[in-house]
Ligand binder design. Structure first.
Ligand code: ASP
Length: 426
């Protein structure tokens, strides 16, 4: 019998997870059972993915930079990467703004539902606002200052500090290019072999991915708020999801125009990473798998993937930026505010920056949304309106975030002559 492709197994795991959850909530003990006996396996799976993220970034980036053998090549690729990330993010926010202005989801929210949501989620919204407050009161250059770690062990000990690890890895790579070759070789060989080892570990972890997503989905469904709330926020959710779907089409278009690869090829290569992003809501946890898929299944050379993807996971969040634009305007509409064109243009700028500043973990986009709201003069308490449905939307936007990184990696690889036929079939 032909072996089932990985993405089918993962999809099956997700479907089973939802089914089991629906079954379990029919029983009084069901929720507790799922949380005590199924959810921990989901956490174990996410931890296993996270534990290899830092070593993977170090090993692959150092190897990637030293493979370039020349600093000017590195800076050229750096500029292209950041440029493409910015352009795609601005396009994403703009798509979001167009969608939310056409569909006007805020007008569909009934007055009574609005009051209920504001009351029920007031304290949750407040805690997000406080988290954002501490980031807002810092100097504008703080974000850049934060990229340079003062202690690499400390930076590597915190998965939220990926940019610091990236900075250190690039610095080491540059140093290794500059010192005499015979001195550099042992270290380069070391990272090369570490890189190989980590790719193998990812392979092993992916073997249990269907079980991991099963557990994650079960926990998610038993913990989700009532279906009625989802209905009330349905048009808003639909606006976000439609916007994300438009971005996906835009990605297919970009991939086809720049690399001549079909959507089928792209999806076949990326689907396991996309499903994982969907189930974990974390670009950082998905990064190891994104790298493996992009290199082995989309044919992007390691030199490009190891440089473009870790940076993308932390700074390029097209899905998050679109969501922030839609959410901000939705809240304004719900409060009966008219936003001028000038304010909406401001949202393009702040949502782009806020998505760059969002950490690659679940719910981070919502914290940074506070900054977009504040800038546009929209009441921050409005966060309570969208709280109930944030997690499902996080799943969709994280999938787009991860996909956007892969698209940029392919385009850059093509432009550098580093896009090959993939090593593996999906
Ligand atoms: N969960 C998203 C990510 O990891 C960030 C967010 O929008 O909350 O990419």
């Amino acid at each position: 019998m032909k072996k089932l492709a990985l993405h089918w197994k993962i999809l099956l795991g997700m479907a089973m997870g939802i089914l089991v959850a629906i079954l379990l909530i029919q029983f009084p003990f069901g929720k507790l059972f799922a949380l005590n006996w199924i959810k921990p396996f989901g956490n174990i799976f996410i931890n296993a993915l996270k534990v290899i993220a830092v070593p993977l970034i170090l090993a692959s980036l150092i190897k990637g930079v030293t493979d370039l053998k020349d600093i000017s090549k590195l800076s050229k690729m750096g500029f292209k990467t950041i440029g493409l990330y910015l352009i795609t993010t601005v396009i994403a926010v703009s798509i979001g703004l167009v969608m939310v202005n056409i569909l006007q989801p805020g007008d569909f929210l009934e007055q009574s539902t609005k009051q209920e949501l504001l009351k029920n989620f007031e304290s949750e919204a407040q805690s997000k606002i406080e988290m954002a407050e501490s980031q807002k009161s810092q100097s504008p250059l703080k974000a850049i200052e934060d990229i340079v770690p003062s202690n690499i062990v400390k930076a590597a000990s915190d998965n939220g500090n990926m940019l610091q690890v990236i900075f250190f890895a690039i610095l080491m790579g540059i140093g290794l290019i500059l010192i005499p070759q015979e001195k550099a070789k042992p270290l380069i060989d070391f990272f090369d072999s570490l890189n190989e080892l980590i790719l193998k570990i990812i392979d092993l972890i992916m073997k249990v991915a269907p079980f991991g997503v099963f557990a994650l989905m079960t926990a998610l469904v038993v913990e989700s708020p009532s279906v009625d709330l989802f209905k009330a926020l349905g048009i808003y959710a639909l606006t976000v999801i439609l916007g994300l779907a438009v971005i996906m089409l835009f990605y297919f278009f970009l991939v086809y125009v720049f690399t001549k690869k079909t959507p089928k090829f792209f999806i076949n290569g990326m689907l396991p990473a996309q499903l994982l992003a969907f189930s974990t809501s974390s670009s950082a946890a998905t990064l190891p798998v994104t790298m493996e898929r992009v290199e082995e299944h989309l044919g992007v050379d390691e030199e490009v993937a190891s440089f473009v993807l870790p940076i993308g996971a932390t700074v390029n969040m097209d899905g998050t930026s679109l969501y922030q634009a839609v959410a901000a305007v939705f809240i304004a509409q719900a409060f009966g505010m008219e936003l001028s064109l000038y304010t909406q243009l401001g949202i393009i700028a702040t949502a782009t920056l806020a998505s760059i500043g969002s950490a690659a973990v679940p719910g981070a986009g919502m914290v940074m949304l506070v900054i977009v709201l504040a800038q546009a003069g929209i009441p921050e308490a409005g966060l309570a309106l969208i709280f109930a449905i944030d997690r499902p939307l996080d799943m969709f936007r994280t999938t787009i975030n991860v996909t956007g990184d892969a698209v940029v990696a392919m385009i850059i690889a093509k432009s550098e002559g580093l896009l090959h036929e993939p090593k593996k079939e999906s």
